[in-house]
Write a protein that binds this ligand. Sequence first.
Ligand code: SF4
Length: 297
Amino acid sequence: MNPQLHFDGPVWRPPYEATSQLLQVTAGCTWHKCKFCTLYGSHKFRMSPMEEIESDLKVIHFYQPRARRIFLTGANPFVLTTDRLTDIALLIRKYIGEGKPTIGCFARITDISRKSVEDLRQLHHLGFDYITIGVESGDSETLARVNKGYTAEDITAQCLKLEEADIHYNMFYLVGLAGHGLGTRNALRSAETFNRLRPASIGILSLTLFPDSPLYREVREGQFREATEHERFDELIGLIKNLKCRTHILGRTVSNPVPFTGFLPTDRSKLLHDLRTAKERLSEEQLRAYRNSIESL
Ligand code: SF4
């Protein structure tokens, strides 16, 4: 047996999937048009052949026969058809069914829109749960500005379908995405969108642009003005103040100059206090120097 798993190009996974067994079923992103994104570079979307997935599962069976959680890699494996995802889930069951693993992956909102609630129920029954959606914002104007390819209404409609099918989901929100002067609007409108939903967690990232992204070029050409670091604290405070859904707030990535986590509503006061204190304690220059030092997300 060849003990080598197949991985093509960069592999990203959310921090809470750190102990999950990775399985490549796609590589790259089908959309590849978000203006701030450099995650997959020039790598084109690729779907793994079933033989390749099966060969990796044989390796996993050998080393991790009782794996409890499988994370399918690629920017949006949920784009695969329900039939294909069903075949993959059945293969997972065949090789590592002993541990009754659940299956997670990244999904785009548009991937969910292609599936009926019935499809989603079937996938949930086969183990799909706690999928991760980088919605980035719940404000249609911000989403359009950075070319996310869906609206706030789409987020609501598709996430409600997941809820109807009992699939839990985690979201990511990207602070600073609306640009200078628009963070508060983005936060308030996003809170309004998220308040209609029940995300298991909202991960907080802060916009960090790298030279290959179209938005970086727009900054250089004066078409997009980045939010200051202090503005980002105000945006985040606005978001947390206005979120009424019960959810975990997770802000512990390299893009957050000050790490924070908490559960809403229980930890709201503490989170707001910590963020306000951090804003007072750290100067704009210190925070910007930190952001400029980030070499990779
Ligand atoms: S942010 Fe996600 S959906 Fe957008 S281009 Fe990057 S990987 Fe694709």
